[in-house]
Design a protein around this ligand. Structure first.
Ligand code: NAD
Length: 278
């Protein structure tokens, strides 16, 4: 079983640098898929209220035989639940679906700046943290101005920001902002959703050089940049493959070649304009 390194968040909590994402895994498949991931050695699971698979995810963790305190569980507050009181209610509902007493990391899923509720939402997150119901609080899809407002108007600095990040969208400016404020960078769609980046000749060439797959090269690149990664797969062999990334290292030439793949291409919505609350 691979040994996944941990990073220390700005509140002292330790988190595996590589975890398992369950977006688009239907609830009735989540239990089996998460069970497989836990068996393969993953100890960090990333779900969200919006994924509608918190119940299956929670069942898998409870049935796994892995002690709850050895699993780092992340879930996210959905857009329609932003606001102080709505956040507290939504958190209770997530916890009930997950069947657990606490979550390790709770994230605001999107900032929705046009509604201007993320600061109040964050104050509710601070309360959940103060009450010991979450071990760490963070955000997702926040841009520097949104992070700056939290820094200016509230007291807790988010432990991390989970953002779209892959070789075609490397988020260098945002990563620099994070580093300056001790906010960890977590990459969503780290494999570019399994699309064209996996057949890019630069990536496959580096894979051939190291005797590794394209997915392993990209995950290794994230880890060496210092990103937390949460690749998703429902295919058993890929679940294994994606955690087997600790026995090789990319060299400076590999890293420079991947740096050249930036195109600014987003696979998901632009966080500044994303306003979906359905
Ligand atoms: P990903 O980049 O992890 O790609 C997943 C897809 O890549 C799989 O469905 C499969 O088709 C393919 N794949 C996986 N492993 C492979 C391998 N070894 N070889 C070949 N193909 C492989 O994309 P994702 O699921 O969008 O992102 C990962 C996780 O990030 C999600 O499950 C979710 O937890 C999180 N996420 C968060 C947000 C957010 O707004 N916070 C948005 C999207 C995703």
């Amino acid at each position: 079983m691979s040994s996944v390194p941990h990073i220390t968040l700005n509140n002292g909590v330790s988190m595996p640098q590589l975890g398992f994402g369950v977006w688009q895994v239907p609830d009735d498949e989540a239990a089996a898929t998460v069970a497989r991931a836990l068996e393969a050695g993953y100890r960090s699971i990333d779900t969200a209220s919006a994924y509608q698979n918190e119940e299956g995810t929670g069942r898998a963790i409870a049935a796994s035989g892995v002690p709850r305190e050895e699993v780092f569980l992340t879930t996210k507050l959905w857009n329609s639940d932003q606001g102080y009181d709505a956040t507290l209610r939504a958190f209770d509902a997530s916890l009930a679906r997950l069947g657990t007493e606490y979550v390790d990391l709770y994230l605001i899923h999107w900032p929705l700046p046009m509604f201007d509720r993320y600061v109040d939402t964050w104050r509710a997150f601070e309360k959940l943290y103060a009450d010991g119901r979450v071990r760490a609080i963070g955000v997702s899809n926040f841009q520097p101005p949104h992070l700056q407002r939290l820094l200016d108007e509230t007291s807790a600095v988010p432990v991390l920001n989970q953002v779209e990040l892959h070789p075609q969208l490397q988020q260098e400016q945002l990563r620099t902002f994070h580093s300056a404020h001790e906010i960890a960078t977590e990459a969503w769609s780290p494999l570019g959703q399994g699309k064209d980046i996996l057949t890019d000749p630069v990536i496959t060439g580096i894979g051939t050089k190291h005797g590794r797959t394209a997915a392993q090269v990209i995950l290794r690149w994230h880890l060496q940049l210092g990103n937390v990664v949460i690749p998703k797969s429902v295919t058993p062999s890929r679940i294994q493959e994606n955690i087997d990334v600790f026995g090789f290292e990319l060299d400076a030439e590999d890293l420079a070649a991947i740096a050249g793949l930036e195109t600014g291409t987003r696979l998901g919505p632009d966080p500044s304009t994303m306003d979906y609350t359905g």
